[in-house]
Design a protein around this ligand. Structure first.
Ligand SMILES: Nc1ncnc2c1ncn2[C@@H]1O[C@H](COP(=O)(O)OP(=O)(O)OP(=O)(O)O)[C@@H](O)[C@H]1O
Length: 252
């Protein structure tokens, strides 16, 4: 039984069909990168899988259960999402921001347990921000704030992790650190990452879903990320150089 299965999934934005008839399975041990040009529907796809948007047609199943019929409390244990942007309206501590993601485990308890605190502290340490634990979340840099959101997802530890451009605010060293951390997570969780960086996808992903306006390609990353498919999807030319750390693609 796959962690995620979509059957005939269609996604609409107004009158526009973004994704048509997507049959897709994602399992533990797999790290999928979703790629495609701006506006093709990557975020809409993740939001639909997270049950934040209804599908135009078809089904999203997590462990063989349709998410449309899943209670919110169950869904919160099954899937979690790092959003493209984090918006904070009020001051609060970094550690409290991470602790909120332990809510699905509280089962009626209104306080944080020692275990919640230990798991949240470990998650902050994993993203290199334990020293910011007591800082005000409003005082973080964009890259730090994004990694706090990643820590919250680690602490939530859902079976299916959805990450919308998790490296978009990270410097080059942190991009690698974040992707290594995500790769590690994919050993025990099913992971889907929206990604604009073809090199990072080629290096870290096991599988790719490449979206184009009227079609898509999905499968093992080396079969999907090829000059022929990328040229159709992005509407520009590509050259590829084979590299043990993942094929390197240059757009021109
Ligand atoms: N609430 C909405 N109502 C109508 N159209 C929407 C809505 N949200 C998104 N869209 C449209 O759906 C399309 C897909 O948007 P989406 O954010 O999924 O693209 P994306 O592939 O994630 O883009 P990017 O790479 O720029 O983040 C876009 O054309 C967008 O304008």
């Amino acid at each position: 039984m796959s962690v995620l299965r979509t059957e005939g999934l269609c996604i609409q934005a107004g009158n526009r069909q973004l994704v048509r008839n997507l049959d897709w399975e994602v399992d533990r041990g797999q790290l999928w990168c979703v790629l495609g040009k701006n506006g093709v529907g990557k975020t809409s796809l993740l939001h639909t899988i997270a049950s934040l948007l209804p599908p135009g047609a078809g089904k999203v199943m997590i462990e063989d259960r349709n998410i449309a019929a899943m209670p919110a409390a169950t869904l919160a244990l099954k899937r979690g999402m790092l959003m493209q942007d984090q918006i904070d309206s009020f001051s609060h501590k970094v550690i409290d921001t991470v602790l909120i993601s332990r809510t699905p485990y509280r089962m009626g308890r209104s306080w944080d347990s020692e275990s919640d605190l230990a798991i949240s502290s470990a998650a902050l340490q994993a993203v290199g921000l334990q020293h910011k634990s007591d800082s005000d979340v409003l005082h973080l840099s964009g890259g730090e704030r994004q990694r706090v959101a990643l820590a919250a997802l680690l602490a939530q530890a859902p079976d299916l992790m959805l990450l919308d451009e998790p490296t978009s605010h990270q410097d080059v060293a942190q991009q690698l650190a974040v992707m290594r951390l995500i790769k590690k997570q994919s050993e025990a969780h099913a992971v889907i990452v929206n990604c604009h960086d073809i090199q990072l996808a080629s290096r870290f992903a096991t599988h790719a879903l490449l979206l184009a306006p009227d079609r898509f390609w999905l499968g093992p990353v080396t079969e999907v990320l090829k000059t022929e498919t990328l040229e159709i999807a992005f509407d520009c030319r590509f050259e590829v150089v084979s590299d043990p750390m993942g094929n390197r693609f240059t757009a021109y």
